[in-house]
Design a protein around this ligand. Structure first.
Ligand code: ZN
Length: 415
């Protein structure tokens, strides 16, 4: 009798297990993951979902999830319950990974993707696929780079601070000297957690800085460096969009009493340098808003081209424009860079902030003595004037930014 009951139980279990095995499953339980599933219509192979704003009020567009049991199916992914009718899918469709996030490819449809939905046909046998708004760059990517470069020409990841959630944040320092002997360069990225292209460009920059090339050697001889690759490390790992997070994001935390330990550490370093003669050059690596294909086939907006925004201080803005011109002159990467895409202060989104309780790194840098040039570089998520971003070409562009910095340092020495 007992065997009979067991067999019956086993058959029922196996029946339900086989049903759930074939069902589409969605989750984001990995670093960088972000999704809310509203509904899955298993009959119609349609998934209704939305990005998880994580308590921040303003609408944003970052999402990153995996779908299981979709092999051989054509699945429709539809974003719903949006506060704004804005685009959630960039110029080349979703970024797709079929190897658990190691490699990514843009879906790259022939035409402008729909604003809020895409279809994907998974090959038979490929049952787990990751989809992301952009090609992610996580702490594990920084660690892989670090393992490759550890000890090379002075490269070393060092502790910076503990994050609010207890993670160990890191920095890189080179040629530290209390007696200021060389120009000082302060580099940051991920003030906004989802802005992954900034990390690839900064990694490319570091690849040149610590390389055996003639430019790498000259860069190391030319300046002192302090680098914070992931200011909002918690946000990067949690898969937060991070931009405009409540009560304010890391990029607006350069106030008297910063609420984020990494910004407090960044300020501490800048103040230490301030007492020792000042910081000469600041470069903050960002990504802009959602990009798209040009409606007329040729006019790219500022979310679809790499550019540097101008600064409120006219003297600093002039230097940023000079740096922008140099980047164009040395850029040999696949990604186009036109210095005419420079966004002068007072134009487009680049207007005065009317919130006296917030201060950005460039605002703060303007108050420090010695700041000659304080640039941000905005690198689009997907399309740079029609060329699709990849891990490789973003890093190549970063190497060119490093070479441009070398020329820029030479220019300020001779002036
Ligand atoms: Zn940003």
């Amino acid at each position: 009798m007992k065997t009979k009951y067991f067999m019956a139980f086993f058959c029922i279990y196996a029946f339900f297990a086989s049903i759930s095995e074939g069902k589409i499953e969605i989750n984001s339980d990995y670093p960088g993951g972000n999704i809310i599933v509203e509904k899955i219509d298993q009959e119609k192979d349609t998934v209704y979902l939305r990005q998880d704003l994580r308590g921040s009020k303003p609408w944003w567009f970052y999402w990153n999830f995996k779908a299981k049991n979709i092999g051989g199916k054509t699945v429709k992914f539809k974003f719903v319950n949006q506060a704004k009718p804005w685009r959630l899918i960039d110029a080349f469709g979703p970024a797709i990974s079929t190897d658990g996030g190691k490699t990514w490819k843009w879906q790259n449809p022939q035409e402008q993707p729909a604003v809020d939905e895409f279809f994907y046909t998974a090959p038979e046998g490929v049952n787990e696929v990751r989809f992301s708004y952009c090609i992610p760059y996580l702490f594990s990517d920084l660690e892989s780079f670090s393992k490759e470069f550890e000890g090379k020409n002075g490269f070393k990841l060092r502790p910076l601070c503990k994050t609010r959630q207890g993670r160990q944040n890191v920095c890189i320092a080179l040629n530290e000297s209390p007696a200021k002997k060389k120009p000082r360069v302060f580099l940051t990225s991920r003030h906004h957690a989802c802005e992954a292209t900034g990390s690839y460009v900064l990694e490319g920059f570091m690849r040149e800085l610590f390389s055996d090339s003639a430019e790498g050697k000259a860069l190391r001889e030319a300046a002192e460096y302090f680098i914070i690759p992931m200011v909002d490390l918690d946000g990067v790992e949690n898969g937060d969009q991070g931009k405009n997070r409540a009560p304010h994001d890391h990029g607006r935390d350069y106030i008297d009493n910063p609420i984020y330990p990494s910004v407090a550490a960044a300020k501490e370093k800048l103040l230490e340098w301030e007492k020792q003669g000042g910081t000469d050059i600041i470069i903050d690596f960002h990504s802009p808003f959602v990009g798209e294909r040009p409606k007329d086939g040729r006019t790219y907006n500022d979310n679809s081209s790499i550019y540097l925004p101008g600064r409120p201080d006219a003297t600093i803005e002039k230097q940023v424009k000079i740096f922008s011109d140099i980047i164009e002159s040395v850029n040999t990467s696949e990604l186009p860079f036109l210095s005419s895409d420079f966004l002068p202060y007072g134009t487009g989104w680049n207007k005065p902030s009317n919130d006296p309780n917030r201060s950005s790194l460039p605002d703060y840098a303007t108050k420090l003595k010695g700041t000659k040039m304080s640039a941000s570089i905005e690198t689009p998520y997907a399309t740079c004037r029609g060329v699709a971003t990849s891990k490789e070409n973003l890093k190549d562009f970063g190497r060119c930014v490093a070479k441009a910095l070398l020329k820029y340092i030479d220019s300020i020495k001779t002036n």
